[in-house]
Write a protein of this length. Sequence first.
Length: 118
Amino acid sequence: QVTLVESGGGLVEPGGSLRLSCTITGRAIDSISTAWFRQAPGKEREFVAALDWNGGRSNAESVTGRFTISRDNAKNTVNLVMNSLQFQDTAVYYCAGRDRGVAAYRYWGRGTRVTVSS
């Protein structure tokens, strides 16, 4: 069984930073591709950033230069460092994973809420 548990969300002022973590059990972090998605109030879930099993990275244009995805093999976690946070970054952030050779993200966490407010 594969489980993903997010942590690190909270309330932050505009321009501030947060670090989200996703702890994965049931798969080695470097054997699966992982990603962060988010869903803002009243909007559909959207892609934020991905880190493939082979180390390849991608991210949404809206977070380029501000968000960085990484992984810690020893802790089996994937992290998202978010800098220069903006009001529009307010959302529930979800961690997702998919096995090699599988296109769709099959494994999902329950999410962690990020609120950017002054």
